[in-house]
Design a protein around this ligand. Structure first.
Ligand SMILES: CCCCCCCC/C=C\CCCCCCCC(=O)NCC(=O)O
Ligand SMILES: [Zn+2]
Ligand SMILES: [Zn+2]
Length: 514
């Protein structure tokens, strides 16, 4: 999320954005007396004290957890495609977990099951069977990485540079896999017995849709009649310094995630000699169609999904000028949305995105190609459906020579509750505040997809968040080059899960202060 200075109009400068100046003038003239509408959460009262084990890591523990994490990153658990995964690496990863988390694998409180050959389900038995269980998710597999793309360190080296560990999976998502189990290992070492039962699900094929991992874990839990109070998976992060005007870091808890669809566009034309080409080749026809899709973006729908709540919750953290915009979205939402669409990550917040990810054609330099195909991946805004997006694709392509085929897709996920009395959301929020007291917590929309989308029948309250710091430039590290995490951040992540497990043991949330 890089809303950099140049994209945010400076309200206190004469040279500010003219659109904004007009809007502000209009607002000040006409609506000065209007009360701000931004929402300030009421603070919860006294928390039941269950966190009896202080979140602390000794120097020896810090050294050990880092060693464990590095080895996890060094195992190349790559999902190349739905039919191609590095099975040897997945087997090696299984052995690693058993070796470095001896308490987890030997405790009488923990039941461990392998699901779908390489995924893991842990059931940690709580002392009070009357309390509804919750579940933590993460995934073991990673997307491919090629050092030649410009990595500063080999992507499976876990090399340390300036306090950061570099490697594929360091923020997606081995920091959660190892962080969750490391936290449990340390809690068990210190004699912890949970009050509330919880599950840990580690999928091995999230990057290729989770059919063998998450789906099978869900089916197993369903067959046992399990219902979950809340689910926490990977997703949004702690945003820091990437929204101009917001001077404090903000933890965005994904209360939903976007839908997705992929279409294949293809063109067939007669092959022939390249010395006598037709006016248009199959490649040219297809390229024009793809260019039309990229040029005519899906509509900006800012304000029609949970992204609106993000800004309403953050409004009071901005300076007065920004606050005026955020807290009066009824007037300024088009201004704000046009700013947000200027950067790839914030743009993903406000619309269905269009990504041309594969393009294949041609067999020889002097042969006209008989066939060209492209795959386009769309991430669907909360207020749209797959069908609506398909209709827009058809009308934008609008060329009978281009065949448009639906490959797969699903609608945006339901929106989980983030109210003051919502157990899961408030427990996650408190755990963030325990470990990151300087951070504001707010709901958000996860722009990518996660294994948690398979869990909707087990719980209405599904959250997507891992407390990795996301700073300017970090968006390019997800599935990109130089994926990395700071050593300090990894320690914080272990402590976050350590706290989350203990905080989840409260029977009820504290009552609201009036
Ligand atoms: C004002 C807030 C604007 C926020 C803009 C969005 C910031 C995005 C931050 C983090 C994104 C990280 C996504 C991590 C989950 C990755 C899951 C994944 O790769 N799934 C597979 C897939 O979606 O294909
Ligand atoms: Zn992921
Ligand atoms: Zn990923």
């Amino acid at each position: 999320m890089n809303v950099r200075q140049s994209h945010w109009p400076r309200l206190n400068r004469k040279s500010g954005d003219p659109k904004l100046a007009v809007a502000l003038y209009f607002h000040q003239k006409t609506f000065l007396s209007r009360t701000f509408t931004f929402k300030v959460n009421r603070e919860l009262g006294q928390w039941e004290n269950t966190s009896t084990i202080y979140p602390y890591l000794s120097p020896e523990q810090k050294e050990k957890l880092l060693d464990n994490f590095k080895v996890a990153v060094q195992i190349p658990t790559v999902s190349f495609s739905e039919s191609d995964q590095n099975i040897t690496a997945l087997q090696e990863f299984d052995l690693l977990l058993r070796r470095v988390f001896p308490k987890v694998f030997s405790s009488s409180l923990v039941r461990h099951e392998v699901v779908g050959n390489y995924s893991h389900l842990f059931t940690v038995a709580g002392a009070d069977a009357g309390l509804e269980p919750y579940m933590l998710l993460a995934h073991i597999d990673v997307v491919p990485a090629n050092e030649a793309d410009g990595w500063d360190a080999p992507p499976f080296s876990a090399q340390e540079i300036d306090g950061f560990i570099y490697g594929r999976g360091t923020i997606d998502n081995k920091q959660s896999v190892m962080g969750i189990l490391q936290a449990l290992e340390y809690l068990l070492e210190r004699g912890y017995t949970p009050r509330r039962t919880f599950y840990i699900g580690l999928g091995h094929d999230e990057e290729i849709n989770g059919e063998e991992g998450a789906v099978k874990i869900v089916n197993l839990l369903k067959s046992r009649g399990v219902k979950l109070l809340y689910v926490l998976d990977e997703g949004l992060t702690i945003m820091d310094g990437v929204v101009d005007g917001l001077n404090e870091p903000a933890a965005l808890i994904g209360v939903s995630e976007k839908g997705q669809t992929t279409v294949k566009l293809s063109v067939s034309t007669p092959p022939g000699h390249s010395s006598m080409p037709p006016r248009e080749s199959s490649i040219g026809i297809l390229a024009s169609a793809v260019a039309r899709l990229e040029k005519n973006r899906m509509p900006n729908l800012f304000g029609h999904g949970p992204e609106r709540a993000t800004f309403e919750h953050l409004a009071h953290k901005f300076g007065w000028s920004y606050r005026m915009i955020m807290s009066n979205l009824w007037l300024f939402s088009s201004l704000l949305s046009s700013v947000l669409e200027g950067q790839p990550d914030t743009n993903a917040f406000v619309r269905t995105t269009t990504a041309v990810t594969m393009f294949n054609s041609g067999v020889k330099i002097n042969v006209m190609p008989a066939y060209a195909e492209a795959f386009v991946n769309f991430r669907i805004h909360s207020s749209q459906t797959v069908q609506e997006v398909l209709n827009l694709i058809e009308s934008t392509v609008s060329d009978k020579r281009v065949k448009v085929e639906f490959i797969n897709g699903f609608d945006p996920l339901p929106i989980s509750s983030y109210e003051d009395d919502t157990f899961g959301y408030q427990i996650i929020k408190k755990s963030v505040q325990d470990i990151f007291p300087q951070v504001t917590v707010t709901p958000g929309i996860c722009v990518a997809n996660t294994d948690s989308r398979h869990y909707t029948q087990l719980s209405p309250d599904i959250y997507r968040f891992a407390p990795s710091w996301y700073k300017p430039g970090d968006s390019a590290r997800f599935h990109g080059v130089n994926e990395r995490i700071s050593i300090q951040n990894y320690e914080e992540i272990v402590l976050f899960y350590f706290q989350l497990m203990q905080n989840s043991d409260v029977r009820n949330l504290p009552t609201l202060r009036s």
